[in-house]
Design a protein around this ligand. Structure first.
Ligand SMILES: [Zn+2]
Length: 274
């Protein structure tokens, strides 16, 4: 069964200096980053891929996300952008979200977990282990209060299955091969993409494996601010660059079968929302 997909922006961020973030505009213009999430209608209920910021985060951004993050990323903090409110707006009941897949547990991806306490949260085991036992650097990025409500975690290891040459994991056993976790480590220790089989072919939510659509071009490039951000946030730049290269090769060789997008690029989000 082909899955029906809704593309949601569950958090806009407006860091200073549009040219450094988006590659165009005046230096005095704000940049724009989104939190591109998927809402999937499946025969096992609603499925969310990533959750952006949650209701509590937009109500109390400084407290929940930290002063440094708020100062640097400048989130809009509008409750209408939360997955919870958008799901209601689409006419669904948020309590019908049965599954959530997270690309990783950074604060701009895990904030909405608390709004869906009934959901099973599917995650690549190394990411779960990193967030539950963070080293001193990782303590800055993970916010344990985003999952302090008690989460029904489902952790997975790779078991030799492959998808398009990448390791893959059947993330929701009930949905067979329709939704897969695709480990793409580097940004964090257990960062993963999520592949979804749709009526228009495969979609690969690449999370933060890259940040700008130009990184997937035949002649790749990236605005300098995002380049530095990716470098400074990476748990392993060697692994990150290796996986970015593999994704670029996938985009170039299989662009008609697999559509790739990253979590934070507004240009990629607009392709699906118009
Ligand atoms: Zn992110």
């Amino acid at each position: 069964m082909a899955l029906k997909i809704h593309h949601l922006n569950c958090g806009t961020m407006c860091p200073h200096g549009a040219p450094f973030i988006n590659g165009h505009g005046k230096i005095t213009d704000d940049g724009k980053m989104v939190c591109h999430c998927l809402l999937i209608e499946s025969n096992d209920g609603l499925v969310l891929v990533d959750t952006g910021f949650g209701i509590e985060d937009v109500k109390h951004p400084h407290q929940r996300l930290g002063h440094a993050f708020v100062a640097g990323s400048r989130p809009v903090a509008d409750y209408r952008e939360t997955a919870y409110m958008q799901i209601k707006e689409l006419g669904f009941n948020p309590s019908d979200v049965r599954h959530i897949l997270v690309t990783h547990l950074d604060l701009d991806h895990a904030g909405g977990l608390v709004d869906f306490p009934q959901a099973k949260v599917h995650i690549f085991a190394p990411e779960f282990n990193a967030a539950m036992n963070p080293n001193w650097r990782e303590k800055q990025r993970y916010k344990p209060h985003q999952w302090a409500h008690g989460v029904n975690w489902q952790t997975y290891q790779t078991q030799g299955e492959k998808w398009q040459g990448f390791d893959s994991i059947r993330a929701i056993p009930e949905l067979k091969d329709e939704i897969l976790l695709v480990p793409l480590v580097g940004h964090t220790r257990g960062h993963s993409g999520v592949a979804v089989n749709t009526k228009d072919g495969w979609l690969l939510h690449c999370g933060d494996a890259y940040f700008n659509h130009q990184q997937m071009a035949a002649d790749p490039s990236c605005p300098i601010g995002l380049e530095l951000l990716q470098y400074s946030l990476a748990a392993s730049n060697k692994d990150r660059l290796y996986n970015t290269k593999r994704l670029q090769q996938l985009a170039l060789s299989k662009g008609n079968e697999v559509q790739l997008f990253s979590a934070h690029d507004p240009v990629e989000l607009a392709r699906y929302q118009h």
